[in-house]
Design a protein around this ligand. Structure first.
Ligand code: MN
Ligand code: ZN
Length: 337
């Protein structure tokens, strides 16, 4: 039994770990597959403001229920599950209006509290979603990253009448692209990296554009009869893009933001009000894993092609080095426990 930790910034560790028997309402899950996220890299690099060290990281995981606590009636030992890392209080204003992902006492597995890069993790049973035994475990472990896309597109809205511009063809941009295509929208993807734009093509982008000054504006000029994209998602986390997005978006357009920058940026109020643009911040997901699991089980998405490499958990150091050295080639790297 092992756990992958970030002991302090830039120091990855592998510890011997023990099992924590589930308390009332909890289950213990034997983790089988877990994905490494850009935010795990940020924790390793010391740039996540919510983390205290040392921390067992990991929030994209799938495994098998190994034990159930008292009062758990909807899970059995042997069930295959994916885990929603969003742990909420259930009592606050946000939880009461169905927005547990912005709970005032939010705790995210692998961020605020120890996560899932470990042989066994114990979590509230309501954070587990049962998946078909037929769903490959590596695909199951992609449910959480796809939930990021499901969340932002549920906030902005996305239908077959929409024309999307997605900034960023990294792992998050590619999940947003796939979910938007599933909903029938037309999608343009902008990125500075040619290899990533190639991936965007593979995953169904109708058009790709190198995000150099002026290029994006030109590429979207003909969208919806010259009005511009109806939805813009910033999956690059670049706050300066907001000013451009406000200028090129259609009237009544919706903008979704995922980044956590603390750097102030200038935007023009008139750009927002004259077109009645809605700006949505999107954090994690609001209990959308069941929906994502349905998509994965139905074969509606193309998750397999996202997984570029799988390492044994013991080789986590090599897995992280690979991502940090060649970020534009590794869409998703997973660890096998
Ligand atoms: Mn993630
Ligand atoms: Zn709450």
């Amino acid at each position: 039994m092992i756990a992958i930790t970030v002991e302090e910034p830039l120091v990855l560790g592998i510890r011997q770990d023990s099992q924590t028997m589930p308390g009332p309402g909890e289950i213990m899950v034997s983790i089988r597959r877990a994905g490494i996220c850009g935010s795990d890299i940020h924790i390793l690099e010391g740039s996540n403001p919510f983390v205290h060290y040392p921390r067992i990281i990991g929030h994209e995981m799938a495994g098998t229920v190994a034990a159930v606590g008292t009062g758990v009636t909807d899970m059995d030992v042997g069930d295959t599950v994916v885990i929603d890392p969003v742990i909420s209080c259930g009592n606050c204003h946000s939880c009461g209006i169905g927005r547990p992902n912005v709970c005032t006492d939010l705790e995210v597995l692998g961020v605020h509290r120890d996560g899932g890069f470990r042989s066994f993790v114990t979590v509230p049973s309501r954070n587990a979603v049962r998946v078909s035994q037929d769903l490959p475990i590596d695909v199951a472990a992609l449910a959480e990253p796809f939930s990021i896309a499901a969340n932002i597109l549920s906030l902005t809205g996305c239908t077959e009448t929409d024309s999307l511009l997605i900034y960023g063809a990294g792992p998050i941009g590619l999940t947003v692209l796939q979910v938007a295509k599933l909903k029938g929208a037309r999608c343009i993807v902008a990125d500075l990296d040619d290899a990533r734009l190639e991936f965007a093509h593979e995953f169904g982008a109708d058009e790709t554009v190198r995000a150099e000054p002026g290029n994006v504006r030109l590429a979207v000029a003909s969208e919806t009869g010259g009005l511009g994209p109806t939805v813009i998602v910033d999956a690059a986390g670049e706050p300066d893009l907001l000013a451009e997005a406000l200028q090129i978006i259609s009237p009544a357009g919706r903008i979704g933001l995922l980044g956590f920058s603390t750097r102030p940026v200038s935007v023009v109020q008139k750009d927002i009000v004259s077109k009645e643009v809605a700006i949505h911040g999107s954090r994690l997901n609001r209990r959308l894993l069941p929906q994502v699991v349905k998509w994965l089980e139905n074969g509606d998405l193309r998750p397999r092609a996202m997984i570029r490499e799988t390492f044994a958990a013991e080789d986590a150091e090599a897995a992280f080095a690979k991502i940090r050295n060649t970020p534009s080639l590794t869409i998703k790297v997973q660890l096998e426990f």
